[in-house]
Design a protein around this ligand. Structure first.
Ligand code: ZN
Ligand code: ZN
Length: 86
């Protein structure tokens, strides 16, 4: 048996740590509401609250200058409720 669950959660914990480190280092915040991200915005399941937004609207443009982090709720609002975003 592989300890899948614990491996996954420790990986997520590291990711969260890294993300928090980056957030504090670069003082990044939500691109849409411009509130700085805090620890409470970065739960272990990071994907729940934060998402990426492509500035030019082209979701195939993965140029780093085109990608910003936003709150998931701001992102939803920005794109409108009817449009499905992933
Ligand atoms: Zn926001
Ligand atoms: Zn978007």
């Amino acid at each position: 048996m592989i300890q899948r669950r614990s491996t996954l959660s420790s990986r997520k914990g590291r990711l969260r740590y890294l993300l928090l480190h980056l957030l504090s280092k670069y003082m990044v915040g939500c691109y849409l509401c411009s509130a700085p991200f805090t620890e409470s915005d970065v739960p272990v399941r990071t994907v729940d609250l934060l998402t990426e937004h492509h500035i030019d609207g082209n979701h195939f443009n993965w140029n780093k200058d085109n990608i910003v982090l936003t709150h998931r709720k701001c992102h939803k609002q920005y794109h409108g409720r009817n449009r499905k975003e992933s």
